[in-house]
Design a protein around this ligand. Structure first.
Ligand SMILES: [Zn+2]
Length: 523
C-alpha cells in the first residue's frame, strides 16, 4: 500500500503536543505523526514537500446551507442591482432563462443600494406586478429570512388583507392594510417553498450539490454541516452517498419541511443524531429562537433601552421534543433575546437528562453579553460562529455599539471557555474559510471599517475553530478535525503566512488520503 509522507513545513495538528515534522498518510487515514525518525518505518513512502507551507486538517464549515446554496447558480443574483430598474431587469432575465418554472425566483437581494435610492422603501408587489410576467415572482433576500412577492404570488399563497401572520413572522402592510409583498421571517417560508418546487427534482438537485461541493473543496472545505436540512434535501444527500458520488462529507442537520419552523413532525421518528457514516451523517436538529433579519434584541445604548425583533416562541417546546427522541439540538440565535431563550432551553434539556452528553450548539450567537457567554460555557455549548459576518454585519451596524452586549462576540465567547466552531452560512455570506478567518482576526470590513476590534480572535485560532472546533460541534471529533493517527486523512496545504493580511491560500486539498484539488502551478 502506498503511503505519503508530508515534510518540510509547519504541521498544525490541532491536538496537544509539539508541532511534528512529519505526517504519514496511508490509504484513507493518518498513519503516523512525529519527527523525521518515523520515516524509517515508511521507506517506500512518497515524500510530499510542503515547501515551507502549512499542513492543516481539512476545513469543516459547520454552518453551510449546501443544499440551497447549490441551487443558486439557477437564479439571477441581484446583489449587484443598484436600482429598482436594475432589479427588475434581472427578474426579466430570470424569466427568460428558466421559462418552465412555476415561480420566477431571483436571489441575493440586499436592501442596501435599492433602499437608498427609495429612501428606505423596499421593492413592493406593485413594482413586480409592473413587469407583466406570467408567473409569481419571489425576490429572495440574501439572508434567506425574507422576500418580496408579487400580487399573483400572494394570491397563490393565500395572503391577503385579512391574513394573520404566523407567529415568528410578519406580513408587511401599507397604510390601507394591504400586503406590500414583503414577507419577513416565517411569513416568507411559503414563498420560499413554492418557488423551490421546480428545483426539487432529486437527480438535478444532486448534480448541483456535487458541483457546489467541488467549489468548496477548492477552498479547503472537506466537510460541511448543512445547517437546515428539510426531509427533501436529506433524501438527495442519501441518494448521492449511496451512489458514492458525494465529494465532501456532510452532516445533515434535520429541519422542518417549512423553512424557519421548529416542528420536525414525523422526522423525529427517523434516524437520530449520529446515524450514518463518515461521508454522510445525521447531525443536530436545527431550530430557531429568533429571526435572521428581524433579530430579537433587548439591549441598552448609552442607557437607552432598545427592544425589537421576532422571536420563535415554540423553540423550547420543540427542543425538548427533539432531545427526548435522541437528537442533539442546534439553535439559531442572532439577538441577545434569542441567545437568552436558547440558554434557558438548553438548561431545561440538561436538567431533564443530566447524564446525557448534550453537546448543545448555538448557531451565530450574534449579539450577546459576557454573562451569556459564561452561561453557554457552563452548559458545555459549542458556539457555531461566522467570522465572515464581520464584513456585512460591520457594514450594517452603522458603528452602533451596546452597553453590555457585543456584536459577534467571538473573544467574549472564547474567553468564557466556549469552544468556537467556524462556518460561513453560505449562501448568506461568502464561504472561503481563509477569507472568513481573516475577517474574524482583523475585525475589518471590505471597506476597511474596524468593527468591535476587541472581539478579534487570532488567525490560527480560527484555523482551530474551522477544524477541531467544528468537528466537536458535529460530534465528529473521533473521525476528523485533527492530524492524529487513525483519523481520516482530510487535509489542506496552505501557502503563505498565517495572518489576515494577506491571508494564506489553499494550494492543495486531500480527501480520505487522495488529493482532490490542486492550484495550477504559478506561471
Ligand atoms: Zn444559516
Amino acid at each position: 500500500m502506498t503511503a505519503t509522507a508530508f515534510v518540510g513545513g509547519r504541521i498544525l495538528t490541532m491536538a496537544a503536543g509539539p508541532e511534528p515534522e512529519v505526517v504519514v498518510v496511508e490509504s484513507t487515514r493518518i498513519a503516523a505523526v512525529g519527527d523525521r525518525s518515523i520515516l524509517e518505518a515508511w521507506p517506500t513512502a512518497t515524500v510530499r514537500d510542503l515547501a515551507g507551507g502549512t499542513l492543516c486538517p481539512g476545513f469543516i464549515d459547520a454552518h453551510n446551507h449546501l443544499s440551497i446554496a447549490a441551487l443558486h447558480p439557477r437564479w439571477r443574483d441581484v446583489a449587484g442591482a443598484a436600482s429598482l430598474e436594475g432589479l427588475l431587469d434581472e427578474i426579466r432575465r430570470q424569466a427568460v432563462a428558466e421559462p418552465d418554472t412555476a415561480w420566477i425566483r431571483v436571489c441575493g437581494w440586499n436592501e442596501g443600494p435599492i433602499a437608498a435610492e427609495h429612501q428606505g422603501v423596499h421593492p413592493t408587489r406593485t413594482d413586480l406586478d409592473g413587469l407583466g410576467l406570467d408567473r409569481p415572482i419571489l425576490v429572495a433576500h440574501y439572508s434567506l429570512h425574507q422576500g418580496v412577492v408579487c400580487s399573483s404570488g400572494l394570491d397563490e399563497l393565500g395572503i391577503g388583507r385579512t391574513t394573520a401572520a404566523p407567529q415568528g413572522g410578519e406580513i408587511v402592510r401599507d397604510a390601507a392594510g394591504l400586503p406590500t409583498g414583503l414577507l419577513i421571517e416565517r411569513a416568507w417560508g411559503g414563498a420560499h417553498g413554492e418557488s423551490l418546487a421546480a428545483y426539487a427534482e432529486p437527480e438535478r438537485w444532486g448534480e448541483h450539490i456535487v458541483a457546489r461541493a467541488h467549489q468548496l473543496l477548492s477552498q479547503g472545505i472537506t466537510a460541511v454541516h448543512d445547517a437546515a436540512c428539510p426531509p427533501a434535501a436529506e433524501a438527495v444527500y442519501r441518494r448521492l452517498a449511496t451512489a458514492g458520488v458525494l465529494p465532501i462529507s456532510v452532516v445533515m442537520m434535520p429541519h422542518a419541511p417549512a423553512l424557519l419552523h421548529n416542528d420536525l413532525g414525523p422526522r423525529l421518528g427517523g434516524p437520530p443524531t449520529g446515524e450514518g457514516d463518515q461521508q454522510l451523517r445525521v447531525g443536530a436538529a436545527k431550530l430557531f429562537a429568533d429571526g435572521g433579519t428581524s433579530i430579537a434584541l433587548d439591549v441598552t445604548m448609552q442607557g437607552k433601552v432598545l427592544r425589537f425583533g421576532t422571536t420563535m416562541d415554540d423553540m423550547a417546546e420543540h427542543l425538548l421534543a427533539a432531545s427526548r427522541r435522541g437528537f442533539r439540538v442546534a439553535v439559531h440565535a442572532m439577538g441577545n433575546v434569542g441567545v437568552q431563550r436558547t440558554i434557558e432551553a438548553f438548561a431545561a434539556a440538561a436538567s431533564e437528562s443530566p447524564d446525557d452528553e448534550h453537546r448543545f450548539r448555538i448557531e451565530h450567537a450574534g449579539i450577546a453579553s459576557p454573562a451569556q457567554a459564561r452561561e453557554l460555557a457552563a452548559l458545555g455549548a459549542v458556539a457555531v460562529v461566522q467570522p465572515g459576518f464581520v464584513d456585512h454585519v460591520g457594514r450594517q451596524s452603522g458603528g452602533i455599539t451596546f452597553d453590555e452586549h457585543a456584536w459577534l462576540p467571538f473573544r467574549d465567547l472564547a474567553e468564557a471557555g466556549v469552544t468556537l466552531a467556524a462556518s460561513s452560512d453560505d449562501p448568506c455570506a461568502p464561504f472561503p474559510p481563509l477569507w472568513c478567518a481573516a475577517r474574524g482576526a482583523d475585525r475589518t470590513t471590505s471597506e476597511g471599517l474596524r468593527f468591535e476590534a476587541e472581539q478579534a480572535v487570532d488567525f490560527e485560532a480560527w484555523l482551530r475553530a474551522y477544524t477541531s472546533g467544528s468537528a466537536l460541534a458535529g460530534g465528529q471529533e473521533g473521525e476528523r478535525g485533527a492530524i492524529v493517527p487513525g483519523l481520516r486523512a482530510d487535509l489542506v496545504i496552505l501557502e503563505g503566512a498565517l495572518v489576515p493580511t494577506p491571508p494564506p491560500r489553499v494550494v492543495e486539498t486531500w480527501v480520505a488520503g487522495v488529493p482532490v484539488f490542486r492550484t495550477e502551478a504559478p506561471g
